[in-house]
Design a protein around this ligand. Structure first.
Ligand SMILES: [Zn+2]
Ligand SMILES: [Zn+2]
Length: 138
């Protein structure tokens, strides 16, 4: 049986389910994630789109086009940023990891867009760091 992950927004109006193991997890330091989440970086998990389902609150979930190629899903009732879907990863849904209720064992594997990271939050782990072009940083 496939792994089932569940999560929700702060007010609980929007609930989602994933019937698959996450494909990857990473910390994103891009300026769009920072603003959208009001945080120094955002930890995402990527899941197969076909395994992802909104189980509650579909009308409450709104999508904001944060660029021409991507949109971000949030709860219009409590404002929780939940999802990212972009053309570049059309067959995946990216989920803000902190909104998951189900603990997952897959640890974050990398820092991305690290060339644009803020100086006021330290990441002293030894994960690989990539710049905005996906190039490994020293
Ligand atoms: Zn909500
Ligand atoms: Zn980002």
């Amino acid at each position: 049986m496939a792994e089932i992950l569940q999560g929700q927004c702060l007010c609980g109006a929007v609930k989602y389910r994933v019937a698959a193991a996450p494909k990857w997890s990473a910390h994103c330091h891009c300026s769009l994630c920072r603003r959208a989440h009001g945080a120094p970086f955002v930890t995402w998990v990527g899941v197969p789109l076909e395994a992802f389902k909104i189980v509650d609150g579909e009308p409450t979930l709104r999508w904001f086009a944060s660029s021409a190629q991507a949109k971000r899903g949030f709860c219009s009732q409590c404002g929780t940023p939940l999802f990212f879907h972009g053309e570049k990863w059309a067959d995946e849904m990216h989920i803000a990891r902190a909104t998951l209720d189900t603990p997952i064992t897959l640890l974050p594997q990398a820092h991305v867009y690290y060339d644009t990271h803020v100086g006021w939050a330290q990441c002293d782990d030894h994960l690989p760091r990539y710049d905005e072009h996906g190039k490994a940083m020293p």
